[in-house]
Design a protein around this ligand. Structure first.
Ligand SMILES: [Zn+2]
Length: 437
């Protein structure tokens, strides 16, 4: 009898805690999930009890700047504002070929790390729109293996930069997906408010999603998120708007936040924190104690707000490190937000998988029959262990096809009376070394 499925993955653990599950795949989609599925696949993959998850999703990135670290110089102060100035120096020197080459290299890294969907902002404050053209080209090239969603981002300010609004509209006409903004970088609080109104009205008119850099500042009086929630409600954009960063909320008065969180929830505005970047860029004007800067993630979650962790930057004018590893992002987010309870740690895993998938509006994402067979097999038994180890991606699958593999993390030892090899996973659930009990 012919095998009815293309592939069956056997004995996987799933992020919701189910163990010993088989996943059958046909025509690039998940056909069935259950314990000990009887029909065989033409290809059989033994997960060995490891964690099988839908792919990682990055809700906030800058692919036009990535891998440009050191060009034309490095950020000495480490501040957001020097990073923006540095990017301004680099912009005139950019070429489309170099932009595309760097972005494609980053996408290779992303795929190897099981990161198969990225929302990237693209700066529209260069009248040539060179980066827009380059990233639209990259989007077409990577489409078979990675979903790239682009945000038209007026880096130098929608009202502060004379051609930004016209350029943003051109970028959307060229095929950019989402309307961006940066109200805290406008000249005044009033112009910031005005920019939010203009951009939300434009998005509503076009039926587009909105994702603004919002209140990326240590200034507790930066309250553009309040305006963003208000305009979202007024224009009927609920569920389509994201506030990125929201770092000023870290420094806001607690009473004001107690009013603000329900307004964000009511408007269905999602929040994206960028832990690696927030902990690096914020608090730079503090002596001690130094603020962490990241927005109030546990409180937003408790208020019922959708929250994702984004990578934001990898080797660019704002951040010198990173490799496209969303488990590293979740790891930092967990620490900065002190989300150390079991439920909270699992929420950190969700913040780099299912939550950003909902924010991007990805279709067919998930672990259910009918979803795309886009899957990542990790060298870990659970989401918490995956974060602890920044676990190796044993296998990355897109539409049912294996597109990347990485060996388990194993060290060879030469120690008296000890095993010849060790991984980094506990060998018994009780946390005891099984060989010694
Ligand atoms: Zn950003």
């Amino acid at each position: 009898m012919d095998a009815p499925f293309d592939t069956v993955i056997r004995n996987a653990s799933l992020p919701d805690g189910r163990q010993g599950m088989d996943i059958a795949i046909a025509d690039g989609r998940i056909a069935a999930i259950g314990p000990a599925l009887a029909p065989r696949g033409r290809q059989e993959i033994d997960a060995g009890g490891d964690l099988l998850t839908p792919p990682f999703v990055d809700a906030h990135f800058h692919m036009d700047a990535t891998l440009s670290y050191g060009l034309p110089r490095v950020n000495e102060s480490g501040t957001l504002l020097e990073g923006i100035a540095l990017w301004g120096e680099l912009k005139p020197q950019l070429t489309q070929e170099a932009l595309v080459a760097r972005a494609l290299q980053y996408c290779d890294w992303a795929v190897a790390k099981g990161l198969l969907a990225i929302r990237s902002h693209v700066d529209v404050c260069d009248d040539r729109l060179l980066a827009v053209e380059a990233l639209l080209d990259v989007k077409r090239q990577v489409a078979p293996y990675l979903d790239l969603q682009l945000v038209a981002f007026p880096q130098d300010g929608l009202l502060r930069s004379p051609t930004a609004l016209a350029n943003l509209k051109r970028a959307i006409a060229m095929g950019v997906d989402v309307v961006g903004g940066i109200p805290h970088f406008e000249r005044t609080m009033a112009e910031g408010t005005e920019s939010v109104r203009i951009l939300c009205e434009f998005a509503a008119g076009k039926g587009l999603r909105v994702d603004m850099h919002c209140d990326e500042s240590d200034d507790p009086h930066s309250r553009h998120i309040e305006t963003l929630a208000y305009e979202t409600n007024r224009l009927g954009l609920q569920g389509r708007v994201t506030g990125s960063h929201l770092t000023s909320m870290h420094s806001m008065d607690n009473y004001y936040v107690s009013k603000l969180l329900p307004l964000i929830r009511e408007a269905g505005v999602a929040a994206v924190a960028n832990p690696l970047i927030n902990i690096t860029l914020q608090g730079r004007h503090d002596s001690y104690p130094k603020r962490r800067g990241m927005t109030r993630v546990p409180e937003l979650l408790a208020a019922g707000v959708e929250v994702a962790f984004g990578h934001d930057c990898v080797m660019d004018p704002w951040y010198s490190l990173g490799s496209g590893d969303m488990l590293e992002v979740a790891h930092m987010g967990l620490h900065v937000a002190q989300m150390t309870g079991q439920h909270a740690m699992r929420a950190c895993f969700e913040a780099v998988t299912a939550a950003p998938a909902r924010i991007l509006g990805l279709h067919g994402y998930g672990l259910a029959p009918g979803c795309h067979a886009d899957l990542v097999l990790l060298d870990a038994a659970s989401p918490v262990e995956a974060i602890r180890l920044r676990a190796a991606r044993r296998m990355v699958m897109r539409r049912g096809k294996v597109i990347s593999t990485t060996p388990r993390a194993t060290a060879t030892l030469d120690l008296p009376g000890r095993p010849a090899q060790t991984g980094f996973r506990l060998r018994s659930p009780a946390g005891l070394d099984a060989e010694n009990t």
